[in-house]
Design a protein around this ligand. Structure first.
Ligand SMILES: N[C@@H](CCC(=O)N[C@@H](CS)C(=O)NCC(=O)O)C(=O)O
Length: 250
């Protein structure tokens, strides 16, 4: 019997239909199997990869099913193997069937659309606009803080001599967190956990390990994010990793 399989991959679904070729030369349907398959999130080292941390934390906090694929880097410029799954050669990268999404914020937008009931963004339009603005500000900015103070889940807490640009970045972050938490009443930036919290999560680590802020709002928000089970899991995994990247050890 000649069997023909037609496989259709749609958002999160794999639909496989089987047909056989009858004597009259026509294909006849045998059966159809529909299976849900998990999205794959490619990430880098949990100790250092701040961009990977963002979608991973949000997806875990919102209980979105996904398969984690950790491809470690042992050099500041990543790992040439990232090219095999990521068009930019960078992590994170999300693969959902035949859809590939790169750039942390785009991944979060994609997942928010795929799971519209999980509250990835605030329900209120004005709050959503503000959440998107502060998330984009994080994605595109704070270059002083990002370059001088790498995220490091295993570093001992100790002050670091930093530039005026880093001080300015920290001031602006305190301003954003104060404004959002005052308006929402907390405990997350927009009341419930949203993408905005995921975008600022690596900053929480940076402010803490390099002792960059004594503002009460920072202490309070740090305690909130670090109490998440997802945060604890990531941090524990990061601390257990054997890879040391000298360039990320400030
Ligand atoms: N803008 C990107 C940044 C991604 C990024 O720089 N990822 C780092 C790891 S945290 C990386 O893959 N670096 C490898 C390289 O730069 O070659 C995003 O938001 O995802």
């Amino acid at each position: 019997m000649t069997v023909c399989r037609i496989i259709r991959i749609r958002d999160g679904w794999n639909k496989q239909s089987e047909f056989f070729l009858g004597r009259e030369g026509r294909y006849r349907w045998i059966n159809t199997v529909i299976r849900e398959y998990p999205m794959k999130l490619y990430i880098g080292n949990k100790k250092y990869s701040s961009w990977s941390f963002r979608p991973w934390l949000a997806m875990r906090a919102k209980e979105v099913p996904f398969e984690e694929v950790l491809v470690p880097f042992d050099m500041a410029a990543g790992n040439p193997a990232f090219r095999e799954f990521s068009p930019t050669g960078k992590v994170p990268c999300l693969v959902d069937g035949n859809v590939t999404v790169w750039e942390s914020l785009s991944i979060l937008e994609y997942v928010a659309e795929r799971y519209p009931d999980r509250g990835f963004w605030p329900a209120d339009k004005a709050q959503r606009a503000r959440a998107r603005s502060v998330s984009s500000e994080m994605h595109a900015g704070f270059s002083g803080l990002r370059s001088e103070c790498p995220m490091n889940m295993a570093r001992k807490h100790a002050p670091l001599a930093v530039s005026g640009q880093v001080r300015k970045d920290v001031q602006r972050i305190e301003e954003i967190w104060t404004g959002c938490l005052d308006a929402s009443g907390g405990p997350y930036l927009f009341g419930r956990f949203t993408i905005a919290d995921a975008m600022y999560a690596p900053v929480v680590n940076r402010l803490q390990i390099y002792c960059l802020s004594e503002a009460p709002v920072v202490a309070q928000y740090t305690a909130t994010l670090q109490a998440l089970d997802a945060w604890r899991q990531w941090e524990q995994d990061g601390r257990a990793e054997p890879w040391i990247v000298e360039e990320d050890e400030a």
